[in-house]
Structures are given as structure tokens and as C-alpha cells.
Design a protein around this ligand. Structure first.
Ligand SMILES: Nc1ncnc2c1ncn2[C@@H]1O[C@H](COP(=O)(O)OP(=O)(O)OP(=O)(O)O)[C@@H](O)[C@H]1O
Ligand SMILES: [Mg+2]
Length: 438
């Protein structure tokens, strides 16, 4: 229907806030693109520039390949659904959905047909005669969607349309929205700060941080091979374990990754060992998701780490063990707070708790975790490893999946086998270390 291209698009607000910083992004015809990032990273500003509600300070917005910077919103064939959508309270559901058609001068009979079609596709065909006040939150959301799609837009912009709903309804509507937009073949840009929502709905995900695009790719790509430390930390639940490691090359044998009290050995025949070997004598970040870790008997040979359970979390279908393995964790300062807020101490820990909560959805007991000043560090290089303004460090608690309600408790020793091919590596700037990838 419509393609979108953003070329070096920047938005600086009058007070000097750089909301969007040189973003380059292409959205294909009929594609479902999800714009993902934390609050304040510039998602809405990007949508509003595409819709023509906000002028870019620099750069080009192309619609169907044509420069659209000066095109008025009404000429853009765009429908937008906002988080705080408003329905006309005195109109019926049918009239609310049909309103844009009435404005466009469509006759009552074809208008009624179109409204009925859209309403039935959205599962609200039986409440067309009701007023908004007689609807549930989910039904109201569907009416807002119906009103947006009834005119068959070429491009659908949705700004956190589900954020007011409870989680059950969100999941249901999530599936419906992706099914519907795909059925209609409408190009869609969907904004959310919910990584699970992004991964389930998107053809491709674009991840933003502080106005900067961090990574774009299919859910498999961005989850499986995140471009930056930030993307790695943002996607997935439980969050990826990010550990500081010192690299030592043993030519033709392996690359040792010293995690503090223990080491892992990346075999020389793992193609990535050559890339990691460049960091000989330096520190990098090793990322391991819970799915790369399997509990094993303590004397199992191979890539095994020994740990002790600090605490357990029971999620019904699984339990998570958080393991002390004597390593140092890199905590991504997700929101980009100022240095003094993230350099350890109570404020930093509180923030850490919030970040953990947001990233893992668990109520962070991290606040009770012992404070410990960052080890090592120092130096002047801008680095995720020693710059407290970007990230901070703390004793690692490795998240490991266990069967539900396991017969172990805090303090219990646990050995875990590590799938070396599932490890991620990042340099001190937070960029992925890899070979021949995207
Ligand atoms: N009119 C404005 N004037 C100045 N700053 C603004 C204006 N609108 C937005 N901003 C700032 O620009 C940045 C990006 O805002 P934006 O609304 O795009 O974020 P967002 O990613 O949509 O966040 P959220 O998830 O909370 O909706 C924020 O720092 C915000 O405070
Ligand atoms: Mg927003």
C-alpha cells in the first residue's frame, strides 16, 4: 500500500531536546514494523513526523518514494491510533466507526456496509448500536481501531494502542491487530515499549534509545544476534545475563574468557573465536540467555560453571534460579540516567531494581541486594566496562531456568552447562563482536 523511508531524520525541539537523532529506516509495503524503546526515546516523535504532525528539523520523510516533508497530514493517506484515543460519547459505535466516511461524504448505504464489515472483522459487530459508555475497555479500543481502518488507509500508525488494557486483553488484541493488518495488507508502524509485544507482533523490529536507532531486524535477528549490548539487555525475559570477561588467547587451542573466579573456553574452531581473539588482554562483555544454560551434575565435563543459588523465583510454569558464580555483571543503564544516579549506591540500586523490574517483569528484590563498589574500573576510556554514566557493574546473578518448584533452595550449589555457540560478545562500546553477520 505505502512504503515509508526515513533518511537522516532528526528532531530537535525548541528547548534543545534532541528527540530523534539521524534516524534511517525503511518500511516495506505491507510490512508490520514495530518501533520499540523505553519511555522518552522518541518513538511518538518519529510517528508524528511520519504523520505530518511534527516537522523534522533535518532529514527526509519519504512516502511511496516521494519526499513528503511538506505534505499536509490529510494528504498522506495515513490513519493513526493513539494511546489516549477518544470516541464520541454521544454517538453509537456504528456512527463512531463510520464518522471518517461521513466526513469524506460517503453515502449512508455503502457507509453502513463498510462499517458492518470492519466491525465484524474486529469482533464488535453485535454492539454497533451501543454508546461507548456501554462498552468494555477492549471493545472501545476496537472501535478506535475500526474508525482508523474504515477508510482503508495506506499506512497505519499505532502509538501504544493497547497500553490501557489489562494483560489478557492485550494479548488477545495483539493477535487480532497483527492478523487484521496483514489481512488488509496495510503497511503498519506500531509503537510499544513492551519487548514481548514487539517480538510477537512484528515482521521487523526497530529498537530506539535516546533518539538513536540501535538495531533493526526480524524478531529472530534482533533477539538472536542483537547489534548492541543495549538491544541484548532489552529483549527477552528473563533478561540476558551480561558478564564482564577478560580475554586470553591460547593460539590454535581456545580463547579463554575469564569471568572472575571461573573461565569459559571458546573453542578455536568456533569461527567467532578469531573475532574475540582481537581483544586479547582486554575486557569484553559476554552475554548468555537463560536458554543457553542447563543445570547438570556437578562433575559433568565440558563447558560448565559452578554456582550457588542466591534466590529462586517461581513463575508457575518454570522457576528461575539466580546464581552467584563469582562474576561481575554489567547492568545496562536503560534509560540513560546521569552518571551520579547509576554509579552504585542506593539511588543506583533503586534504579537497578526498576530496570530489572521493567526488563524481567519481576518485582525487584534487587533493592535488598548488597551494594558493592565497582571493582577495577577507573581509567578515562568511554567504555561500558568502566563508565558509570552509561552502565554499571555489580556481582552477577545468573538467571537459570529450572523445572517448576524444584527441590533446591537458596544457598544450594548448582552446576550449569553453557552452550558456547549461544553466547553473545560485546566490546567496551557495547557493539556486538561477531563475524559475517547482518
Ligand atoms: N514538544 C516538545 N518539546 C520539547 N520536548 C519534547 C516535546 N515532545 C517530546 N519531547 C521530548 O522528546 C523526547 C521524545 O519524546 P517522545 O514522546 O517521542 O518519546 P516516546 O518514546 O514516545 O516516549 P513514551 O514511551 O513515554 O511515549 C522526550 O525526551 C520528550 O520529553
Ligand atoms: Mg510516546
Amino acid at each position: 500500500m505505502t512504503t515509508v523511508a526515513l533518511k537522516d531524520v532528526t528532531k530537535v525541539f525548541q528547548d534543545g531536546t534532541v528527540a530523534v537523532d539521524k534516524i534511517n529506516l525503511g518500511v516495506n509495503d505491507g510490512e508490520f514494523m514495530v518501533l520499540l524503546g523505553p519511555s522518552g526515546c522518541g518513538k511518538s516523535t518519529v510517528l508524528r513526523m511520519i504523520a505530518g504532525l511534527e516537522d523534522p528539523t533535518a532529514g527526509a520523510v519519504l512516502l511511496d518514494g516521494e519526499l513528503a516533508n511538506d505534505l499536509p497530514p490529510r494528504d498522506r493517506k495515513i490513519a493513526m491510533v493513539f494511546q489516549d484515543f477518544a470516541l464520541y460519547p454521544h454517538m453509537t459505535v456504528g456512527d463512531n466507526i463510520g464518522f471518517p466516511l461521513r466526513l469524506a461524504g460517503v453515502d449512508p448505504s455503502p457507509r453502513g456496509e463498510r462499517v458492518a464489515d470492519v466491525a465484524s472483522a474486529l469482533g464488535i459487530g453485535d454492539v454497533l448500536g451501543r454508546k461507548p459508555s456501554q462498552l468494555s475497555g477492549g471493545q472501545r479500543q476496537r472501535v478506535a481501531m475500526g474508525r482508523a481502518i474504515v477508510r482503508r488507509p495506506g499506512l497505519f500508525l499505532m502509538d501504544e494502542p493497547l497500553s490501557n488494557l489489562d494483560s489478557g486483553l492485550r494479548a488477545e488484541l495483539r493477535a487480532e491487530i497483527s492478523a487484521l493488518t496483514r489481512e488488509l495488507g496495510v503497511t503498519t508502524i506500531y509503537v510499544t515499549h513492551d519487548q514481548a509485544e514487539a517480538l510477537t507482533m512484528a515482521d521487523r523490529v526497530a529498537i530506539m534509545r535516546k533518539g538513536v536507532l540501535q538495531d533493526v531486524g526480524t524478531p529472530t535477528q534482533v533477539y538472536g544476534r542483537p547489534a548492541t549490548l543495549y538491544v541484548a539487555a532489552f529483549l527477552g525475559s528473563p533478561r540476558m545475563n551480561l558478564l564482564e570477561a577478560s580475554v586470553y588467547v591460547h593460539l590454535d587451542r581456545y580463547v579463554a574468557l575469564n569471568l572472575g573466579e571461573q573461565s569459559l573456553y571458546l573453542p578455536w574452531d568456533d569461527i567467532r573465536s578469531r573475532a574475540v581473539a582481537h581483544y586479547h588482554g582486554e575486557r569484553i562483555v559476554v552475554g548468555m540467555r537463560a536458554e543457553a544454560l542447563t543445570p547438570v551434575a556437578p562433575d559433568t565435563p565440558g563447558h560448565v560453571l559452578q554456582g550457588r543459588i542466591r534466590y529462586l523465583e517461581h513463575h508457575g510454569h518454570e522457576s528461575l534460579a539466580f546464581l552467584d558464580i563469582g562474576a561481575t555483571a554489567i547492568v545496562v543503564d536503560e534509560m540513560g540516567n546521569r552518571a551520579e544516579e547509576t554509579s552504585g549506591g542506593q539511588r543506583g540500586l533503586r534504579r537497578f531494581g526498576q530496570v530489572m523490574q521493567r526488563l524481567t517483569g519481576r518485582s525487584g528484590d534487587a533493592e535488598e541486594a548488597p551494594a558493592e563498589p565497582a571493582r577495577g574500573g577507573g581509567g578515562n576510556r568511554t567504555s561500558v566496562l568502566n563508565d558509570p554514566g552509561r552502565h554499571h557493574r555489580r556481582p552477577a546473578e545468573l538467571a537459570v531456568r529450572l523445572a517448576p518448584y524444584p527441590a533446591v533452595s537458596a544457598g544450594h550449589p548448582l552446576a550449569i552447562s553453557v552452550r558456547m555457540d549461544a553466547l553473545h560478545f560485546f566490546d567496551e562500546r557495547g557493539d556486538r563482536i561477531d563475524v559475517g553477520w547482518r
